[in-house]
Write a protein of this length. Structure first.
Lengths: 110, 116
């Protein structure tokens, strides 16, 4: 079953603008992760936030987690054309498996 | 270079044939996973394995089989019982954290299977 749901499904912005993607989930989690996928390629891990963390930064990425609302957001600042990709959230609960959402397709126009 | 290698990258199959997708990792990871991705959709878990000679069904295991005879290898067989096998298949691996929670997944580049 798909645990995470991303919003929006697609996002188109201009270079230099910020991009925000949201993820909602249904059950308790140990951590939440964000991945990026270029067309036809494998996924690449971006960032992991634990359930006891509220915010995390990595370069131009900022992730927030609100466990009371069961939601997370990924902010990409000062976007570049090379950021064009699909972005997925994945939730980790007890046990060694992640459940992925359906992704947000981000297009950054030069 | 450490990483995960999937082969073949593209595979065509006639209806009724079994096919096996290869996945090899040299990251010394304990856990390995197979996901299926359909166009415009997220990943669905087929099978996963935490240790050699042991594996568990994921959400869509019907029509698939796996083996884990070596730590480095986790091949997936798509059998003729899988009704709609055309998809993009992704293999991944990870270390196992305490309490069995999953850390970062490392993915291969995928295998695209098309049934003719």
């Amino acid at each position: 079953s798909q645990q995470g749901e991303e919003d929006p499904q697609a996002l188109s912005i201009q270079e230099g603008e910020n991009a925000t993607m949201n993820c909602s989930y249904k059950t308790s989690i140990n951590n939440l992760q964000w991945y990026r996928q270029n067309s036809g390629r494998g996924l690449v891990h971006l960032i992991l936030i634990r359930s006891n963390e509220r915010e995390k930064h990595s370069g131009r990425l900022r992730v927030t987690l609100d466990t009371s609302k069961k939601s997370s957001s990924l902010l990409i600042t000062a976007s570049r054309a090379a950021d064009t990709a699909s972005y997925f959230c994945a939730t980790g609960a007890s046990g060694s498996r992640l459940t992925f959402g359906e992704g947000t397709q981000l297009t950054v126009n030069p | 270079d450490g990483g995960i290698t999937q082969s073949p990258k593209y595979l065509f199959r006639k209806e009724g044939q079994n096919v096996t997708l290869s996945c090899e990792q040299n990251l010394n990871h304990d856990a390995m996973y197979w996901y299926r991705q359909d166009p415009g959709q997220g990943l669905r878990l087929i099978y996963y394995s935490q240790i050699v000679n042991d594996f568990q069904k994921g959400d869509i295991a019907e029509g698939y089989s796996v083996s884990r005879e070596k730590k480095e290898s986790f091949p997936l067989t798509v059998t003729s019982a899988q009704k709609n096998p055309t998809a993009f298949y992704l293999c991944a691996s990870s270390i196992l954290r305490g309490m069995g929670s999953t850390g970062e997944l490392f993915f291969g580049e995928g295998s695209r299977l098309t049934v003719l």
